[in-house]
Design a binder for this molecule. Structure first.
Ligand code: SF4
Length: 269
């Protein structure tokens, strides 16, 4: 604690002027960086309260949303998500049910070999390349990660066939780390509603991450996917069934009246 009797250190007028000039310059730099960041951020037509209300309603509709890709452990989740690129979850599940019964670890997948993996997944688009990737990612997991799926995005994206979206899904679903994977539905909703606009999935992800209230972040990915899949559909949004129709600022919406807010049945969770 400062001794009240001890004299204040003498400040020379020169030093004081220099210090305050430096402080002013640093404040100006910070303000200008902040202004630049703000200018780069797209303006959105929603208030904080409206955004919170949108996610609150999603949470009432689907209190415990689940992903639709079947898996039995983090490894099979990585494989399922990697196989789901340009394929439906239902199509992937059909193929992986039998595959995961014989190979639910990277070691077993390597034992199975690329030809047999290809046979199991041949109903999925781009199956030849995907079979190669499944074997290559199993090899890398065994060689570099002791057969365990890593938890960080930086490590996950080093696996063959695993991009940022897959890594985000795995981090969230396998390890409970809140992330927002941007698939076609999330991308469309961000732009259609003008709530998280962006030209690329990474831009939409960054926009959503800035606005989603922290307490809703964990489930936001599934809420947005399911809202896009079952209500705010690509070709024709079903606005009359939409619980956020009164808040939505999409130019494509067809009603201002929100649908009744009730918990949805199992098949659309
Ligand atoms: S009101 Fe229509 S456009 Fe807006 S979120 Fe709902 S379904 Fe989509």
């Amino acid at each position: 604690m400062k001794n009240p009797k001890s004299p204040e250190p003498a400040k020379t007028p020169h030093a004081s002027a220099g210090t305050s000039k430096a402080a002013a310059a640093s404040t100006a730099t910070r303000a200008s960086a902040k202004a630049k960041r703000a200018a780069r951020r797209p303006r959105i037509p929603y208030s904080k309260d409206e955004i919170r209300e949108i996610f609150r309603r999603f949470s009432v509709q689907r209190p415990e949303p689940r992903g639709e890709l079947e898996h039995v452990n983090p490894f099979t989740l990585v494989v399922a998500v990697a196989l789901s690129a340009q394929a439906t979850d239902a199509g992937v599940n059909k193929a992986t049910r039998a595959l995961f019964q014989v190979a639910d670890t990277p070691e077993k997948m390597l034992d199975l070999g690329e030809d047999r993996v290809r046979d199991y997944i041949k109903t999925i688009g781009l199956y030849r390349n995907k079979a190669k990737n499944v074997i290559a990612l199993s090899r890398k997991l065994v060689d570099d990660f002791g057969g365990e799926v890593p938890r960080t995005r930086e490590e996950l994206v080093t696996l063959p066939g695993v991009g940022r979206k897959t890594a985000n899904v795995v981090m969230s679903m396998a390890f409970g780390i809140p992330t927002l994977a941007v698939d076609t539905h999330v991308f469309r909703i961000g732009n259609r509603l003008r709530i998280a606009p962006g030209k690329t999935p990474d831009e939409v992800e960054a926009s959503f991450m800035r606005i989603i209230p922290e307490d809703y972040l964990f489930h936001a990915h599934h809420w947005l996917i399911l809202h896009g899949r079952y209500c705010c559909k690509a070709r024709k949004p079903e606005c009359e069934r939409c619980v956020i129709a009164d808040i939505c600022k999409s130019k494509e919406k067809t009603t201002d009246v929100a649908a009744p807010l009730v918990e949805l049945p199992e098949q659309v969770i």
